[in-house]
Write a protein that binds this ligand. Structure first.
Ligand code: CP
Ligand code: NVA
Length: 309
């Protein structure tokens, strides 16, 4: 059997804590100049249907640091599901490489890839979820706060893929998670209902950014228009106009608040330059931790998977 990393909801809290501990260790070893190369001879195939800076560079750099190699497959290279079926791509790649990371539009394409691959498949973002991002965010919160327990996370903006993965994380760790979004931009209803059932009373969907940010330990935002939604950008700019992290909103939060953003950011839209580049911002720690967290995931999956089974 092989193990995939498609959603945080597929893992226990102990599993995710073990990945985070491994990520901390890999980060410390890298900083100490110690080379840890458990994936010598392994190859990671990287299927990208959408653009990327952080995800691509951190997976490519990560596998290389672990002793392995990568093959980047741009949208026009394989045309997932158009030139040949997702299942055939999965079966072929399984004969040559050892791991796959995929960034797809449809989450179903990712699940199908994983179903037909005999090697671990990692979610590099879909329209539904972005678990690799939230794993790095949890790592950043642990570094900055010492623990995840009893944290209040306020997300201001769209109920998108990052929010859906945060709902899964909140359910795992018992976090208080508040989303302030305009009506009509709520997260996936099934993921929301599951999280609300697992941690009753801890998940709130609000329309008021100030109420969401009140005494929060983390205020988080993301773009108003995600990749693939470009045709809606004008309507979204109007709908999200009041949903900005700025200095006034930050005054509602805890004085030790961490400002988080998965990036790329649009200064002047979902966040002001002053706050994004200001002293409470940890966005570059989040970006750096993508590298360490994803290295931990690659090692974790490789160690627990039986290839070819
Ligand atoms: N946060 C993130 O996933 O960035 P990229 O889209 O640049 O990979
Ligand atoms: N919600 C954004 C995240 C980018 C990392 C998107 O899907 O485009």
């Amino acid at each position: 059997m092989k193990v995939d990393f498609l959603s945080l909801a597929d893992f226990s809290r102990a599993d995710v804590e073990s990945m985070l501990d491994d990520a901390d260790r890999l980060k410390a070893e890298l900083r100490a100049g110690k080379s840890t190369r458990p994936l010598v001879g392994k190859t990671l195939a990287m299927i990208f249907e959408k653009p990327s800076l952080r995800t691509r560079v951190t997976f490519e750099t990560g596998i290389k640091q672990l002793g392995g190699a990568s093959v980047y497959l741009a949208p026009e290279d394989i045309r997932l599901g158009a030139r040949e079926t997702v299942a055939d791509i999965a079966r072929n790649l399984s004969r040559w490489v050892d791991l796959i990371v995929a960034r797809t539009f449809s989450h179903r394409s990712l699940v199908e890839l994983a179903q037909h691959a005999t090697i671990p498949v990692i979610n590099g973002l879909t329209d539904l979820l972005h678990p690799a991002q939230v794993l790095a965010d949890l790592m950043t919160m642990r570094e900055r706060r010492g623990a995840l327990e009893n944290a209040t996370v306020a997300f201001i903006g769209d109920g998108n893929n990052v929010v859906n993965s945060w709902l899964n994380a909140a359910a795992l760790f018992g976090l208080d998670f508040r989303l302030a979004c305009p009506p009509g931009y709520e997260p996936d209803p099934k993921i929301l209902a599951r999280a609300q059932a697992l941690v009753p009373g801890r998940i709130q969907i609000l329309n008021d950014p100030a109420a969401a940010a009140k005494d929060a330990d983390v205020v988080y935002t993301d773009v108003w228009t995600s990749m693939g939604q470009e045709a809606e950008s004008q309507a979204r700019r109007a709908a999200f106009a009041g949903y900005q992290i700025n200095a006034a909103l930050l005054r509602e939060a805890s004085k030790d608040v961490l400002v988080m953003h998965c990036l790329p950011a649009h200064r002047g839209e979902e966040i002001t330059a002053e706050v994004l580049d200001g002293p409470r911002s940890v966005v570059l720690d989040q970006a750096e931790n993508r590298l360490h967290a994803q290295k931990a995931v690659m090692v974790w999956l490789s160690t627990r998977s039986q290839p070819g089974a």
